[in-house]
Write a new protein. Sequence first.
Length: 343
Amino acid sequence: MTNAADILFEEITGVGGNLGLITLNRPQVLNALSLNMITSMYAKLTEWDSAAQIKAVVIRAEGRAFCAGGDIRLAYEIGRAGADNPEFFDVEYKLNRFIYNFSKPFIALMNGLTMGGGAGISITGSHRVVTRNFSFAMPETGIGFYPDVGMGYFLARMPCKIGFYLGLSGVRITAEDCLALQLVDAMVAPESLEKIIAKLADTKLQNEVEVNEVINSFALPVGKSELLDHEAEIQTCFSKNTFEEIFNALEHYPTPWCEVVAASINTKSPTSLKVTLRQLQTYGRLQFNECIEFDLRLTRQFLLGHDFYEGIRAAIIDKDQSPNWSPTKMNEVSAAVVEKYFL
């Protein structure tokens, strides 16, 4: 169950205005977002967006994860009960869009795992700060879904088709990887997060430069991105036009790394993989707000299908990690099946 303590709001008195502070406070489930948390956040941000005394907003989280995503168990239960199930996603996507277009600095302080819906309330902000403990993933193809919450916009724009690799494989990457991809802005020590909040409160924050100066005063040197060691393999394999061509390229690329990636991708939902590829190919031509609108269209189709519920069953409900996808084979997912998601 979700209660008011699952998300906390406060205003910190500061120089030149107050700082709005959001704290995700559901660490026992890795701060998974419930509908109540999402609606509460949307309402408070709407208030703060027009409040003259609020100069900026910071979001952080308690526990070892920033946010592992949306509460997909609830989505499963609603869907299995036969109820119409778009409300959670409709409100969530409204929140993602609102954060992306927020009129004031929106500063995400991310310590620990950040996946799915967690990325939708942080990466979409104007300033993205992580610690060495941070990791990022969009693992939705593994539960019969696709990279939603506006993240397709960011994945489609990564260099060398790296976003296609991340979206299709669902692999988890590090803070150094995300910095190299410019998905986040700075890395700091975990113990610096409270200091950053205090310094932001004590700074006027009249412009973006002042926000950046506060963050950069705590920034650590950035190490090497191991992900970029595989840039050539990713570019070669994930630049293909069809999923069959991508998979064939991975199987025939002469490195063990590609063999591992191919084996991992082969466990994902065939429908999810083909729809995700088409999504990323499409989103590279769209603005963020258009991508969010498209997300809702795609999600409604997935909620009518089989694989989303089967993926959650296997991963979260029964935890047997053995989803029975339908269709089970890639060649059974026709162009017509994919097309209906985009109509």
